[in-house]
Design a protein around this ligand. Structure first.
Ligand code: NCD
Length: 377
């Protein structure tokens, strides 16, 4: 059984197959109208969402399936103190596949460890958002006809913007990608995201705090909202919220075939006057998201994938190299126990999930939490 926790759980070959499938779905929707008849998708959304949840639901309905779930934790037994593990075991009895969004990082991975049906990470805190990346990659592919040799600007909240983290992880496996990081100092990309970029494909980076200055070099501009809900103080948010606003004047410096993307919702960062510019592709990106979620659900529920044994890429690999401490009495293990200190990690709250890890491989120089990627201490 396969899950999607992190975009690197899918190989570049699998991503390409999904994009080809999404192309076919968009050209021949009638072929897929009964594909998942009788199947159910559970959308477990512990954090607000409009497009991601509705996109999953629209995708499942268009495949002939049905949906159940909740869009607020107060409508679930979690408000009574139920663990993610138990919720996942219960929902597995009702649904064939689960899409989970949660404010705590790594929560969908706990669900995947406990569910008996495939689990899709629909966004976990500020960590990652692989299905938005499916939408982003497919939009780039449709607009540019390729995902290589591109200069991609990511602009805004690179610190808490989980869509950027997943997008860069995905793009880092394609050739010739140059990334321009456009953010204020306070909202720079977390170092763990940079550390995970493989060297092999030669992704290169530059920083540029000025959107006006950077825009002329770009083939793709990925705008993001400042993530208000992840700030510790309102004052910090107020100070940074309008750090970048894309308007017609700045678009005047851009290439004629620039592709402007945004995962949405937008707040102030793109002036609506841009919407009618043919280079504004963020609403098409929404449609691409639905097609890619259809392709993903079909793929995860297809018998070959469902029975696949090679589910050990990406986040799953990391879980295997960092073992949960099983036995407190083993004093040697106790001495080598490492902790995740990230308060936004699921290990800080999940009942029965011990927040202590032992390394299985001495070669792991900088051990990271398998749930949230924070450095273990
Ligand atoms: C993004 C998210 O939830 O991270 N939205 C989405 O899923 N389309 C971006 C955001 O909320 O800013």
């Amino acid at each position: 059984m396969r899950n999607l926790m992190d975009i690197t759980d899918l190989s570049v070959f699998e991503l390409q197959s999904m994009m080809t499938l999404a192309d076919d779905i968009s050209s021949n929707p009638q072929r897929y109208g009964d594909a998942l008849k009788g199947k159910k998708l559970a959308t477990l959304f512990f954090e607000p969402s409009t497009r991601t949840r509705l996109s999953f639901e629209a995708a499942m309905y268009e495949l002939g399936g049905n949906c159940l779930g909740f869009s607020e934790p107060k409508n679930s037994s979690v408000s009574k103190g139920e663990s993610i593990a138990d919720t996942s075991k219960v929902i597995s009895q009702y649904a064939d596949i689960i899409a989970m969004r949660h404010p705590l990082e790594g929560a969908p991975l706990v669900a995947a460890q406990n569910a008996s049906v495939p689990v899709i990470n629909a966004g976990d805190g500020g960590h990652c958002h692989p299905t938005q990346t499916l939408a982003d990659l497919y939009t780039i592919y449709r607009k540019k006809g390729k995902i290589k040799n591109l200069t991609v600007g990511v602009c805004g909240d690179l610190k808490f913007g989980r869509t950027v983290h997943s997008l860069l992880a995905a793009l880092s496996r394609y050739d010739g990608i140059h990334v321009v990081l456009i953010s204020p100092k306070e909202l720079e990309l977390p170092e763990y995201v940079m550390k995970q970029i493989p060297k092999a494909f030669g992704m290169t980076f530059e920083k540029d705090e000025s959107l006006e200055h950077a825009i002329s070099k770009l083939d793709i501009l990925y705008m993001t909202r400042v993530q208000k809900e992840r700030f510790h103080t309102e004052a910090d948010y107020e100070r940074l919220k309008d750090c970048y606003i894309l308007n017609a004047e700045k678009m005047g410096f851009a290439k004629k075939d620039l592709v402007v993307l945004h995962p949405l919702p937008r707040v102030n960062e793109i002036d609506p006057e841009i919407d009618s510019d043919p280079r504004a592709c963020y609403f098409e990106q929404v449609l691409c998201g639905k097609y890619m979620r259809m392709a993903l659900i079909l793929t995860l529920l297809s018998p070959e994938f469902f029975n696949a044994s090679d589910c050990n890429r990406g986040s799953m690999v990391r879980l295997f190299s960092t073992a949960k401490l099983q036995n407190d009495a083993e004093s040697e293990l106790e001495r080598s126990r490492l902790y995740c200190k990230n308060p936004s990690c699921i290990t800080s709250t999940e009942i029965g999930l011990q927040n202590g890890f032992v390394l299985k491989e001495a070669s792991q120089k900088e051990p990271r939490c398998p749930y949230c990627d924070a450095k273990l201490q």
